[in-house]
Write a protein that binds this ligand. Structure first.
Ligand code: HEM
Length: 388
């Protein structure tokens, strides 16, 4: 189940898993798998399923450095009271964003990034573009100058490589990877800290986060870390959605034709990609205490792999779930999670993806060039097509 996100077609396997309504015990690996729509929702909405094991809020491997400091403060990786106040501040902040303004900023930046890359036209450039644009736009909304875009991406990559070991089953990071991860986290914290300290420098996202957070009694250090967290959450997930949408268009020439005739159709294409070829293929939870979850008796410390990608193809959510149909009515998916940790950017992320895909189409990049050389990045959770 941890190899499924990087498999070319995990869906027959996911179908099999989602056939069990209750969570499945995987004795070989010693974890549970929730895959039906019902089971996934049960786990995500359960108060006893936490985002970290109780005794190890910050992975020991991250030690006392900046990567551990950042990790330990993120809303994504905290539960209970500390999570709730921060989450409320973040939800209000992101919900308060003017999406039309974000779209305009993204459009202008998309033209500039394409030019900086020397044009699109082939897979590697499209992949670089998909990774660069969303995080630069979210960075700009926080107040980060465009000129720091490359640095921010590098710091995020270094931090991500170090925390990769934090999830079970991944290899321990080497001293070098760890040192780079701490250095990247330090830079991100310093950059966000500077924007938080200087209201004139902060963008609308930072300004709102600081004022909403202060109103809810959040500590400044937590707000700074979570500003960096917004960059982290934007980075790989949105790039993955962009590339998965391009793949879907390449594989469905009829849909591509419709989008070329009427670019507004892209909105519903992206919604269908979110359901059909899920970016957050899975997430993970740990039991904070014994209890019944998704129909099974679980014990404190148990691990649950939450297969969102399988749930989104469950016939209980949508009729004819294996059909790619952008015209689907009343589409239902769990792609942005559910319960306490649901994604606050369910409105923003598709807008960023739409602008990026639109730009690639306008560049005239032939989509069959992308499908000729595509592989999925190695990840136990995120499904990221890499072109070129
Ligand atoms: C296509 C793009 C995206 C997808 C598919 C996505 C999906 C998700 C999912 C499934 C979760 C819940 C994870 C879990 O419960 O374990 C989540 C959490 C989160 N996402 Fe997103 N996300 C996307 C983009 C973004 C962007 C652009 C931002 C910020 C601007 C963002 C901010 C967050 C935050 C802060 C959380 C943590 C919420 C919490 O733990 O309470 N996401 N996202």
């Amino acid at each position: 189940v941890r190899e499924a996100p990087s498999h070319p077609d995990p869906y027959p396997y996911y179908d099999e898993l989602a056939g069990s309504r209750e969570a499945i015990r995987d004795e070989d690996n010693g974890w549970w798998v929730a895959a039906s729509a019902w089971a996934v929702r049960e786990v995500l909405e359960s108060e006893i399923c936490h985002t970290r094991p109780s005794g190890e809020r910050v992975p020991r491997a991250l030690g006392d450095g900046a990567a551990g400091e950042l990790y330990g403060r993120l809303v994504r990786l905290n539960d209970g009271e500390r999570h709730d106040a921060l989450k409320a501040a973040i939800v209000r902040t992101v919900a308060g964003l003017d999406l039309d303004e974000a779209r305009e900023i993204a459009r202008a930046r998309a033209v500039a990034v394409e030019a900086e890359l020397g044009g699109l036209g082939e897979g590697a450039a499209v992949t670089r573009f998909a990774f660069a644009l969303p995080v630069q736009v979210v960075g700009n909304l926080l107040g980060i100058p465009w000129s720091r875009g490359e640095d921010v991406s590098r710091w995020l990559r270094d931090y991500a490589a170090a925390v990769g070991a934090a999830t079970i089953g991944a290899a321990m990071p080497s001293e070098e990877v760890l040192a780079r991860g701490h250095a990247g986290a330090r830079e991100l914290l310093d950059l966000a800290g500077g924007l938080h300290a200087d209201p004139a420098a902060g963008g609308p996202l930072m300004e709102a986060l600081a004022s909403e957070g202060a109103g809810l009694g959040c500590a400044d250090e937590d707000l700074v870390a979570n500003a960096a967290g917004l960059l982290f959450q934007s980075y790989v997930a949105t790039a993955s959605l962009i590339n998965s949408t391009l793949l879907a268009l390449a594989r469905h020439p009829d849909v591509l034709g419709e989008v070329q005739r009427d670019p507004a159709r892209l909105t519903s294409v992206i919604q269908e990609v979110l359901r059909f070829d899920t970016t957050t293929s899975s997430t993970i939870r740990w039991l904070a205490q014994d209890g019944t979850v998704a129909g099974r008796e679980m014990k404190r410390g148990d691990v649950v792999i939450v297969a969102i990608g399988a749930a989104n193809r469950d016939g209980d959510l949508n009729a004819d779930p294996d059909r790619f149909d952008p015209n689907r009515r009343e589409r239902r998916y769990l792609e942005f999670g559910a319960g306490a940790h649901a994604c606050p950017a369910h409105g923003l992320a598709p807008v960023l993806a739409e602008v990026a895909v639109d730009q690639v189409l306008a560049s005239g990049t032939p989509l069959d060039v992308l499908t000729e050389r595509v592989r999925y990045a190695a990840s136990p959770h995120i499904r990221t097509p890499i072109f070129g």
